[in-house]
Design a protein around this ligand. Structure first.
Ligand code: ADP
Ligand code: MG
Length: 268
């Protein structure tokens, strides 16, 4: 019989932490601002730069990373009953609840079940040696984020994704206060849909200045500004990560800069 069964959960998490250099959670105040987009493209950009990356979908009710990553790589279970995450790209492993349930079926798990799923994804999964593990969270301050932080303890920090309009900021502030209450730090802010280029003109469909205001208020850096781009939306919907399928674009450049800034920020 495998000795793994005698490991208590804390020991399993301690083991995980020994093999993963940096843990980063991607969070936002509300839905639809681009958390999954940021998590997926940050992960692919880091993986392409040579880092070993794990991407864990902690958004149990809206698990979108598989749709945005494309491909049909699936996780497996080995003889010790440990989960082996899907190898989606060289250097990039991913795991999502949607890889394990029937497509299109709603997921009706409640708190305790979600908590145990998250614990298994962390403690009973063979992630191997990683430089970065990135968590894609559901919006706000719900069960999943609570379970994640309770289980994993200290992370390297949270990336707070926001759109620039100032009306959205109250939600972000609440999320930042939650992050602080969880004893986590905000690594930085990512402003998504920051601007849009129409021919030679730059327009601001969602206003300007939101991320800078937050950065000032909380003394944290803006680590990335991602432009809005209809072509990017199309590619994301087709499961084609920007850094792989939209080379030379401004959005791709923005994601690569974000990845560099994140790598620098955790090394500090
Ligand atoms: N910079 C962008 N340009 C164009 N479309 C985007 C951009 N960022 C996100 N989207 C689109 O917006 C929608 C919501 O993004 P998503 O990452 O799923 O948000 P969240 O995870 O915060 O709910 C998706 O359809 C995505 O393709
Ligand atoms: Mg999402």
């Amino acid at each position: 019989m495998s000795t793994n069964f005698s490991l208590n959960p804390d020991q399993k998490i301690a083991d995980l932490k020994e093999h993963v250099k940096h843990f980063i959670a991607v969070l936002s105040g509300k839905g639809g601002v681009g958390k999954t987009t940021v998590a997926v493209n940050l992960a692919t950009a880091l993986a392409e730069s040579g880092y070993k990356v794990g991407l864990l979908d902690v958004d149990i009710h809206g698990p979108d990373i598989v749709r945005m990553l494309g491909g049909n790589a699936l996780p497996a279970v080995d003889e010790d009953e440990k989960i082996i995450p899907a190898e989606v790209l060289p250097n990039l492993k991913a795991l999502s609840i949607s890889m394990m349930v029937e497509e299109g079926k709603p997921i009706i798990w409640r708190g305790p079940l979600k908590h145990s799923a998250i614990k298994q994804f962390l403690g009973d999964t063979k992630w191997g040696e990683l430089d970065f593990m990135i968590f894609d969270l559901p919006p706000g301050t719900g069960d999943e984020a609570l379970s994640l932080f309770q289980t994993i303890g200290q992370t390297d920090g949270v990336l707070m994704v926001t759109t620039p309009q100032k009306v959205a900021l109250d939600d972000v502030r609440r999320a930042i206060e939650f992050v602080k209450a969880m004893n986590q730090k905000v690594l930085g802010i990512v402003e998504n849909m920051s601007y849009m280029r129409c021919k030679d003109e730059v327009v601001y469909p969602f206003g300007r200045g939101g991320a800078d205001l937050l950065a000032q208020e909380y003394g944290v850096p803006v680590l990335g500004r991602i432009p809005m781009d209809p072509k990017a939306l199309e590619l994301l919907d087709e499961g084609k990560p920007i850094t792989l399928y939209y080379r030379g674009s401004e959005v791709e450049k923005a994601f690569r800069e974000l990845a560099e800034n994140v790598a620098k920020a955790v090394e500090k």
